[in-house]
Design a protein around this ligand. Sequence first.
Ligand SMILES: Nc1ncnc2c1ncn2[C@@H]1O[C@H](COP(=O)(O)OP(=O)(O)OP(=O)(O)O)[C@@H](O)[C@H]1O
Ligand SMILES: [Mg+2]
Length: 307
Amino acid sequence: MILDVKSLTKTFEKNNTVFTAVDNVNFQLDKKECLGIVGESGSGKSTIAKMLVKLLEPDNGEINFLGKDLVTLNKSELRKTRKDIQMIFQNPMDSFNPRKKLKTSVGAGLKYTLSLNKKQIEEKVDEAFNLVGLKSEYKDRYINKLSGGECQRAAIARSVIIEPKLLICDEITSALDVSVQAQIIDLLVQLREKMDMSYIFITHDLTLARYLCDRILVMYKGNEVESGNVKDIFENPMHPYTKLLLSSIMTIDNIYEKKNINYEKLEHFGGCKFKDMCPNRMEICNSCNPEIRELENRKVRCHMYNK
Ligand SMILES: Nc1ncnc2c1ncn2[C@@H]1O[C@H](COP(=O)(O)OP(=O)(O)OP(=O)(O)O)[C@@H](O)[C@H]1O
Ligand SMILES: [Mg+2]
């Protein structure tokens, strides 16, 4: 196991009230495994990712990465492990310095992590460009001369060049045209074969998650509501929310529109967070948010399975 996240919790303040964006989430990740985190906008996916790369501090919980808890690690130890977890975002252009040539940006991480001379750095940059399918003449270009898909390739190159152990991809294809999306997904599939990395793939797109991931974690309002391997989740979803997501008539982004419900306004005043949307609502759902329960091949947070 490379990652073991326990009771991860993050609260934010919104309109003078505290709300829990990530609520006691637990998950694990094995070496070379790809975990898909799915769930609608605002369910806490990016907040989880940001805590993993220390862009946000958790309020509570542990992030055990290769046996060390990143939450309590001191600064110098953290610096050593930081290169091992890389994250790519939806809009990679924002994270590149527009005044630097791509080869400088892509090779930047090497300076701090390995003691390589200039020539060796250049060779590594060449390898990385090749690996992500960017022509080597792009090395002297600037980020604003690249298309969306090329930008994303450059961002992937910049991350994988330092050979991280975990790559977190947060909606990295959602801003791209469908055909370009497919190319980036193909690239990730190739990287999975070539490199010894684990992946966390955050997406709204269940089809992509199914194609790419080994396991799926379904988030709803900060809670993990169901997790299991891809086959089980897609062939036999158990949580009513997962069933809803997978039902052919609704996609992850339009379930509320269809029901004319404002997700943000679905406030949680006790009971199950999903109860207002749930076709299987029972009496107990009104008063008590179910604990997550481990079944044979799955974890599910639903009273239907708490008998
Ligand atoms: N820095 C912050 N300050 C206050 N609230 C925040 C902050 N970051 C996120 N939130 C809130 O936390 C909740 C979870 O946000 P998060 O970005 O993790 O959702 P998400 O699942 O990644 O959504 P999306 O699919 O739209 O990217 C949202 O209600 C969001 O408004
Ligand atoms: Mg997000």
